[in-house]
Design a protein around this ligand. Structure first.
Ligand code: ZN
Length: 173
């Protein structure tokens, strides 16, 4: 199966009525807000989304997306790589009143007056929501933790008396 780029703007109303599923990629370079936060990212965001009506007949965009990124570890300031995964269920609405009327389980995503949705922006929002506030290496892999034990060993060695010094002192007497 070839993976095609995901369209940027889609007809949200129409895709809901045909229960459209879209599997594809977005070039990470096109997501400039994400690019401004991470040090680098894998070339493509992988996306799997579905437009549908839920049991309450509400318009829903559900999906899962992921992208590999490199950020700055907040402990040692070195690169830390991980995958951002976003899983979402959004209520597609045409105005603020509809957004307020949504049940709590659905976050609103607003269509424009023609019913169109910026799919890239919507997915970028979801990825940004799933970025860690304080990206860090796991403890065993972080440089900040590796430096500490080495310093301890060096300090211990300085304190330990050198047996040759003791010998030299004895000879002097
Ligand atoms: Zn680190």
């Amino acid at each position: 199966m070839t993976v095609a780029p995901l369209p940027k703007r889609v007809d949200g109303l129409k895709l809901v009525e045909v229960n459209q599923q879209l599997t594809g990629t977005i070039s990470s370079a096109d997501l400039t807000r994400l690019a401004g936060i991470v040090r680098s990212s894998s070339p493509d965001v992988n996306c799997d989304v579905e437009f549908s009506r839920d049991e309450e007949h509400l318009r829903v965009l559900a999906g899962e997306c992921n992208v590999g990124v490199v950020m700055e570890c907040q402990r040692c300031l070195e690169d830390v790589s991980f995958t951002i995964e976003a899983s979402f269920r959004l209520g597609l609405v045409l105005n603020d009143d509809q957004a307020r009327a949504l049940p709590k389980r659905l976050e609103p995503a607003e269509l424009d007056e023609a019913g169109r949705l910026d799919l890239w922006e919507t997915i970028e929002d979801e990825l940004l929501l799933n970025l860690p506030d304080f990206p860090m290496h796991p403890q065993g892999e972080c440089q900040a933790f590796k430096i500490e034990p080495e310093e301890d060993i060096a300090a211990e060695e300085e304190e330990r008396p050198n047996p040759f010094d003791v010998l030299a002192q004895l000879k002097q007497k």
